[in-house]
Write a protein that binds this ligand. Structure first.
Ligand SMILES: Nc1nc2c(ncn2[C@@H]2O[C@H](COP(=O)(O)OP(=O)(O)OP(=O)(O)O)[C@@H](O)[C@H]2O)c(=O)[nH]1
Ligand SMILES: [Mg+2]
Ligand SMILES: [Zn+2]
Ligand SMILES: [Zn+2]
Length: 248
């Protein structure tokens, strides 16, 4: 039972890194009495448990959810606008910014189901904010929900918000040193999108070097180079999403 909303979705499930923690508990006979399990479960961070609960909400509707993260202005909303124009699948968007509904409005203008979170001062989304948004988004007939996190290359990476995939954008104008300087975000990425590649002739940006840095931190990371102004690269991106959908 979801305590905040009274919905009938179970809260405790084993997933991602909690999976591992709970498996260790369950597989250790000395820890595997009910009381110990209860105590340790309580210790699991509240946010993380809410995140597990959020994933259940998405899964109950057969939705793949994606956490889109990057610095401000890397092109998250623009990519979602291009996606809205070309995607074959139906998706919704949960937007996170400190103030204004502008990003949600950009997507609603294209017929996308979108909900805006305004955090006031918080520089990242947490699982509780996303939970509230889930209950304010009409998810009927959606197969994907994107959560556009607050533009910030640092702390969004430390909050599990209950999505299935972490996608990080790095745009050419930001510079090719960002992966090594802000490693936490890139270490946890399933996909690195190098964006605004239409601008590469104007910047000294070593794309191969960035790919090397990212794979050193995170050998399994997928990497795509895209421009939201170019339909060819949007279809590469859409193929990636379709592939991930088909793998679930
Ligand atoms: N040349 C070029 N410009 C782009 C591309 N994608 C986005 N932009 C521009 O980059 C600027 C910022 O794009 P947004 O999509 O609003 O960036 P964002 O990541 O959503 O920004 P925040 O929501 O503030 O974090 C806009 O002026 C876009 O037109 C691209 O592929 N090529
Ligand atoms: Mg945006
Ligand atoms: Zn709920
Ligand atoms: Zn923060």
């Amino acid at each position: 039972m979801c305590q905040d909303c009274g919905c009938t979705i179970a809260g405790e499930e084993h997933h991602h890194h909690h999976d591992e923690k709970l498996e260790i508990i369950h597989s250790n006979p000395q820890l595997n009495d009910k009381k110990t399990v209860e105590v340790i479960t309580k210790i699991l961070d509240k946010n993380d448990r809410k995140a597990i609960n959020n994933r259940k909400h998405f899964e109950a509707k057969n939705i793949m959810s994606i956490n889109l993260m990057s610095s401000p202005g890397s092109g998250k909303t623009t990519l979602l606008e291009s996606t809205a124009k070309l995607a074959q699948f139906k998706f919704g968007v949960i937007e996170g910014d400190l103030e204004t509904n502008q990003d949600a409005d950009r997507l609603k203008a294209l017929g996308v189901e979108a909900y805006q979170i305004t955090t006031g001062t918080a520089c990242h989304l947490d699982a509780f904010m996303v939970h509230k948004a889930i209950h304010n988004l009409n998810m009927k007939n959606l197969s994907v929900v994107f959560v556009e996190n607050v533009g910030n290359l640092v702390c969004p990476a430390s909050y599990d918000i209950g999505t299935h995939l972490n996608i990080v954008l790095l745009s050419i104008p930001e510079g090719d040193d960002k992966v090594s300087k802000y490693p936490v975000m890139f270490k946890n990425a399933d996909l690195l999108l190098i964006t605004k590649v239409d601008l590469k002739e104007h910047f000294d940006f070593n794309i191969d070097g960035v790919k090397r840095d990212a794979r050193n931190l995170n050998p399994k990371v997928d990497i795509l180079e895209i421009s939201s102004k170019d339909e060819g690269s949007i279809s590469k991106w859409l193929n990636y999403i379709e592939f991930k959908k088909s793998m679930r």
